[in-house]
Design a protein. Structure first.
Lengths: 362, 552
């Protein structure tokens, strides 16, 4: 009796397992062959694999349109952050996991370039994109989007306190703003690293150490990630934060417009910005390099460029793309962001991070 | 003599036959990738140059990081054991109403994404939180509290499973002879539980020593552990030599620890009687244990309550808007798939990871617990036992990148296989499964199997009638574990998950990584849903049981 019961139970479990397993689902969810669309490019076809980071995302409608127009099946393999992506591409340089990569930014560009990860490909750039090409590697990496890391302030908080808000990096070490600033740390966070680079650009390779020592003296709070700073400590983060100055993005004010209001409750300080540009490139040794080129050209179309703000929280590089109304109204881009060249970043990253850690954990 | 020799050879062959499957899997999915990454450090430009690695080990920063890792993980382990033992007793031995629910609830922290828990902890401990006056935000105390929060369930479950099937009669006899409850515990119960306690503690230590997100979130940038350092060295600095050095250091420490644990686990009489015991009513001497369990429950509930409260907050006060939004793709379609769909992916992956972990776990358990006839045999078994614990003690970053560079060519071109995620999760869950079932398996008297065999039972039938009844409860407990590990796993999953089918933790991470009116609330709501789903599944699994076979 008990044996039979057990047998039945095993059978039931086996059924459950096969029914619920990912493997069971595999066959059911295998991509159907895309219906042959009349007018699809005839020579094109097959799978094209895009390797990218976890923040990559585009509306399904655009992906479908690309697939039916080009005849390719686009497979996206998105995982890890920008640093992980750069390391991944560099480690697999001789045997890439895809055909094209998106998401290498100017702070990580030189490593994969040095490892010969990319093949040469220079598509016709849309108007405006020319401003963002790399000095070295322009023949291999195509700029796709840009976003700046800027100090943000809670305007309502400063109004209520009757305190004039800070405007520059210098202001952040003013005792009037003691204990009000929170930022993610440079070793653990990509915006944190961008902020360190902003201070390097502003105060020079010899001056930024003193600036950071002053920031520490002014009770800056350094946390792990952007989300900790914004949602945990910032007064407009929706949580119980107590600090009205936070390191965030130039686009962030577009997300803090109260319903029915005209103005955002926050503002990005445009003199404190470091610009990050994200690039795409065809992978050397790709199975489908032509497909990879098609993907890059597609990323530069106005349709995709216009979808970037809502899908990936970044600005398009194309001047002809349209950006959403609330972005146009509330998210202002810096005209003269602080800059450090990718070569300098690559040459000094470790040294700067080590020195930064020494100063901040003293 | 020849016959004896023949029997021994057969035994060893059976042992090898059983072990070959799991060993092969671990070889391909663990040894190969980790050696691949470590080799990159030792052969920086294709030529063997260990100097760079050795130089790294001499850095003062590396010493600091290693020391902090060891002491914080040790403190968290000790605390988890001290807090977990009374709860293991109360929830597995006493007939407390709703104990099954409480047991399932205690597993919830296990699946919560560390980012979200980090924010919840900081809402409690932060500058304006209700516990802010303690000034713990960003201190090692906060990190240790976080580690205990995540891991205390391991002790409760693993020790509880062993306690549950412990024969109560020796204790009762001691009590009848005049021993106080404390004396009974110290001289009778604790020695019998030692394998389970040491096993659980070593698993907790490995989890703590390789914790990643919680250390970063609660410690700020001030405290680095070996794990966070390997991540930084590999992804940000691309210093593969230093990363390899730390990986080797990690492996060494873990191996020493496992050897130590194996020694401590050994008990004079491994065949202490096992029985399926009915839970008894609460008596006066049980009050401290029950009270301690209550306190533990409160401590675990506080951060979760913050989460739930946060998830119910909307722009117009309280409401379910965040939950309703989970069936959509978020503000402006920020998500690729609705959280509901991600939950289906998560559950499916978890089913795969669970059966894999259980299957391997059972085989490993049987291999390492069968009575050894020679010293060599015993040694082989104990080395195997430790070998299967190793994946827990090694950096997920090293393993993840190792996958990429070693499993990239036929015959094992698996970099993009959908199976990689459940396999990685099963490897993480395997030690938990092994540590939960081994103490019980080891406790089954081999003479029972011999008796069954001499009565004509096949080995398979002996397994079914002798081992399974005693094993059922720990097996159920272990599957709950494996399921929870899989549902909550983020590191390997985020590294390997293909974007088309993200799991819930991956979606939560995406939500919380961007500004947006509802993103934070939705991330909290998704965490609550994930936690509830885990509790429900674990509860349902625990209902599966064989009809009581009674005490022997």
């Amino acid at each position: 009796m008990t044996t039979r019961l057990r047998a039945r139970m095993f059978a039931a479990t086996a059924l459950l397992v096969t029914g619920c397993s990912t493997m069971g689902g595999e066959t059911a969810e295998a991509p159907e062959p895309s219906p042959s669309t009349p007018g699809a490019a005839e020579e094109a076809g097959g799978e094209v694999v895009l390797v990218t980071h976890e923040s990559f995302h585009l509306p399904e409608k655009l992906v479908k349109a690309f697939e039916s127009e080009s005849g390719y099946d686009l497979t996206t393999r998105a995982a890890g952050d920008a640093g992980t992506l750069a390391a991944k591409l560099s480690l697999t340089a001789d045997n890439p996991t895809g055909d094209v990569a998106f998401g290498i930014d100017n702070t990580f560009a030189s490593r994969p370039l040095d490892e010969d990860v990319f093949d040469a490909f220079s598509p016709t750039l849309p108007e405006g994109a020319e401003d963002h090409v790399l000095e070295e590697g322009a023949d291999r990496l195509t700029p796709i989007d840009t976003g700046s890391v800027c100090v943000n302030i809670d305007r309502t908080w400063f109004e209520e306190e009757g305190l004039e808000p800070p405007r520059t990096l210098d202001d952040l070490v003013d005792p009037a703003y003691k204990g009000l600033f929170v930022t993610p740390g440079a070793p653990t966070s990509s915006p944190g690293m961008a902020f360190l680079l902003a201070t390097v650009a502003e105060y020079g390779e010899d001056g930024w150490h003193d600036y950071w020592a002053d920031l520490i003296a002014n009770d800056v709070k350094i946390v792990d990630g952007w989300e900790d700073a914004y949602y945990g400590d910032f007064t407009q983060g929706g949580g119980k934060g107590t600090r009205p100055i936070v390191l965030s993005y130039d686009s962030s004010p577009a997300f803090t417009v109260p319903e029915g209001a005209d103005e955002s409750t926050t503002e990005a300080l445009l003199d404190t910005c470091f610009r990050q540009v994200e690039y795409a490139g065809v992978l050397a040794g790709a199975d489908n390099p032509v497909g990879g080129q098609a993907v890059i050209e597609w990323l530069l179309t106005d349709e995709v460029q216009s979808a970037l703000p809502t899908s990936m929280y970044v600005f398009p590089v194309s001047a002809t793309a349209t950006i959403p109304d609330d972005w146009a109204k509330h998210a202002e881009q810096p005209t003269e962001p602080l800059e450090v060249s990718p070569e300098d970043i690559a040459a000094h990253r470790e040294e700067w991070l080590t020195e930064w850690q020494d100063i901040t954990t003293r | 003599m020849a016959g004896h020799h023949h029997a021994l050879t057969r035994r060893l062959l059976t042992l090898a036959g059983l072990a070959v499957g799991p060993v092969l899997v671990l070889g391909v999915f663990f040894v190969l990738p980790v050696s691949g990454m470590v080799a990159l450090g030792f052969w920086p430009d294709g030529a063997f140059d260990p100097g760079g690695v050795l130089e790294v080990l001499a850095r003062p920063r590396v010493h600091r990081v290693a020391w902090f890792t060891v002491w914080s993980a040790s403190a968290a382990t000790l605390l988890s054991v001290v807090l977990g033992m009374p709860a293991a007793f109360a929830l597995h031995r006493l007939a407390i109403p709703g104990r099954r629910l409480v047991r399932a609830a205690l597993l919830v922290p296990f699946v919560l994404p560390t980012v979200v828990v980090g924010v919840a902890f900081r809402e409690l401990l932060g500058e304006s939180g209700p516990l802010g006056f303690l000034g713990l935000d960003g201190t090692p105390v906060a990190i240790i509290a976080g580690l205990v929060f995540f891991n205390v369930a391991v002790v409760v479950r693993a020790v509880g499973a062993a306690w549950e099937s412990l024969d109560p009669r020796p204790g009762e006899a001691a009590a009848a002879l005049g021993a106080t409850p404390w004396q009974v515990f110290r001289t009778v119960t604790l020695p019998a539980l030692r394998p389970a306690v040491v096993g659980a503690a070593s698993v907790v230590f490995l989890f703590c020593a390789t914790a990643f997100g919680i250390v970063l979130t609660l410690g700020g940038v001030r405290y680095a552990t070996v794990e966070t350092e390997i991540y930084l060295l590999t992804t940000t600095l691309f210093d593969l030599q230093a990363a390899a050095a730390l990986s080797v250091l990690q492996l060494l420490v873990v191996t020493v620890l496992l050897a130590l644990a194996a020694r401590l686990r050994a008990v004079p009489d491994p065949s202490a009687h096992r029985a399926v015991v009915r839970a008894r009513g609460v008596r006066v001497p049980d009050v401290p244990a029950v009270a301690a369990t209550g306190v533990l429950l409160l401590a675990v509930a506080a951060p979760i309550a913050t989460l739930v409260a946060g998830s119910l907050q909307t722009t117009e006060g309280w409401g379910l808007d965040n939950y309703r939004a989970l069936t959509t793709t978020g503000d402006d379609g920020a998500l690729l798939v609705p959280v509901t769909e991600a939950l289906v992916t998560s559950l499916r992956t978890a089913v795969d990871a669970t059966w894999m972990a259980l299957l391997f776990g059972l085989v490993v358990g049987i291999v390492v617990t069968r009575r050894s006839h020679t010293r060599t045999e015993r040694r082989v078994r104990s080395v195997l036992d430790g070998f299967f614990m190793l994946p827990l003690g090694v950096s997920a970053v090293t393993l993840g990148f190792g996958f990429l560079i070693t499993l990239d060519r036929p015959p094992v071109d698996l970099r993009d296989s959908a199976l990689l995620v459940p396999i990685a999760q099963a490897l993480v869950a395997l030690p938990l499964v092994v540590r939960t079932i081994v103490p019980v398996l080891a406790g089954i008297d081999d003479r029972q199997r011999q008796a069954a065999a001499s009565l004509g039972a096949t080995p398979w039938r002996a397994l079914l009638t002798v081992d399974l009844p005693a094993l059922w409860k720990p097996l159920v407990a272990a599957s709950g574990f494996a399921f929870a590990v899989s549902l909550g796993e983020f590191g390997a999953t985020a590294f390997l998950a293909r974007d088309e089918r993200p799991t819930v933790p991956v979606v939560i991470f995406r939500l919380i990584g961007h500004p947006g009116e509802m993103n934070y609330g939705m991330a909290l709501a998704a965490s609550v849903v994930l936690a509830a789903a885990t509790a429900v599944v674990v509860l349902a699994v625990e209902r599966l049981r064989v009809p009581s076979v009674g005490a022997f």
